[in-house]
Design a protein around this ligand. Structure first.
Ligand code: PMP
Length: 368
């Protein structure tokens, strides 16, 4: 007999479920996982090599468990770009913001507790909730994919969740959440429980608007999570981080595995941070390309959700999966996130975006 997952004594809540699985297909143009399309610049590659070589000599030792040098550099980056002074004591880092979110749910969620997100949103919030035994509540979003504040406040008052997720800019829809909405959700969450409010700013560097870091002032239950996967073009590095009150940083240390952040990861992230200004220039280019995608898709007659991220949600399609297939047949991989009638495309290089626009122009012509 060849047992499958459901023949094993897995936890009940994992039965019949699928793992996170954006297709990793070998096609000419891959615009499906919101990666940065630009390889790291050569001087940065050199610097990483230099720092890794140095660190390699000490690999007989465990890494700095508290990643102090890296957290200090991340704090300086946030202070410089986020409009709010952040110190090392406010910052925590882990292997991707997915791990940051997992640590937050391990510390503030868990069995007998719940978390809420306003969907469609980043699907891993719900999946990590499940993995940590945290009950998941699917909160509402309006027809235009903005957070319907009265409905959201009602859901928070009714369910009294322990953790509230707000993704801004939101994935997969692309739109940002105004600061006033986050403040109102925070107040609702404090009145109901009080609970932790996690603002997932994975894409904030691509936004037309500012980071919500200044909201940390006087809000000890607020957490802002970030990543180097998108703006820093370093998805392969696996480095996510958070900014919050120092007590939150203490709390996640209760659940983090000892030495969770390898010495190689720490020095590589430090090297990338030394090249922040160069990397942020690519972000400016990508913002321009994102805006071009919005304009050109609209000109073709597609419905496009306002985007503050490095991707664009577009539609409508009678059958979005069939449309996804037909775009793939033209050598361009986009993402079907299961939002009815919609697909999502990540902003690539100008040539990749041209290939995508040609593919969807063909599709439009065939439909007409
Ligand atoms: N948050 C959001 C909203 C995301 O879209 C992603 C990745 N697609 C992440 C967090 C996780 O990113 P990482 O683990 O690479 O930091």
């Amino acid at each position: 007999m060849n047992p499958g997952i459901d023949d094993l004594p897995v936890r009940d809540e994992l039965r019949g479920k699928s793992p996170y699985g954006a297709p990793q297909l070998d096609v000419p143009v891959r615009l499906n996982t919101n990666e940065n399309p630009y390889p790291l610049p050569e001087p940065l590659v050199e610097r990483i090599t230099e720092r890794v070589r140095e660190a390699a000599r000490d690999l007989n030792r465990y890494p700095d468990r508290d990643a102090v040098e890296l957290r200090t550099a991340l704090a300086a980056y946030l202070t410089r770009t986020g409009g709010h002074r952040v110190g090392v004591e406010n910052v925590w880092a882990a292997n991707g913001s997915n791990e940051v979110i997992q640590q937050l749910l391990q510390a503030f969620g868990g069995p007998g507790r719940t978390a809420i997100g306003f969907e469609p949103s980043y699907s891993m919030h719900a999946l990590i909730a499940r993995g940590t035994g945290t009950g998941w509540i699917s909160g509402p979003r309006g027809e235009d994919f903005t957070i319907d504040l009265p409905a959201a406040e009602k859901a928070i008052a009714e369910h009294r969740p322990d953790v509230v997720f707000v993704t801004t800019p939101n994935n997969p829809t692309g739109n940002a959440v105004p600061a006033e909405t986050v403040i109102a959700l925070y107040d609702a969450a404090q009145a109901a429980k009080p609970s932790m409010v996690v603002v997932d700013e994975a894409y904030i560097e691509f936004s037309h608007g500012a980071s919500l870091l200044p909201l940390l002032e006087g809000r000890p239950h607020l957490v802002v999570s970030r990543t180097m996967s998108k703006a820093f073009g370093a998805a392969g590095l696996r480095l996510g981080y958070l900014a919050a009150h120092p007590a939150v940083v203490d709390a996640v240390q209760l659940v983090r595995l000892p030495y969770h952040l390898s010495a190689i990861t720490q020095v590589t992230a430090l090297a990338a941070l030394e090249h922040t200004d160069t990397l942020l220039k690519y972000v400016e280019q990508l913002k321009g390309e994102r805006d071009r995608l919005v304009t050109e898709l609209r000109a073709m007659g597609y419905e496009v959700t306002e985007s503050d991220a490095n991707f664009v949600q577009f539609g409508r399609f009678a059958d979005s999966h069939a449309a996804w297939r037909r775009i793939l047949d033209r050598g361009v991989l986009v993402r079907d996130n299961g939002v009815p009638g919609r697909l999502r495309v990540s902003a690539g290089t100008p040539a990749e975006n041209d290939a995508f626009l040609d593919a969807v122009r063909d599709l439009k012509n065939e439909q007409e």
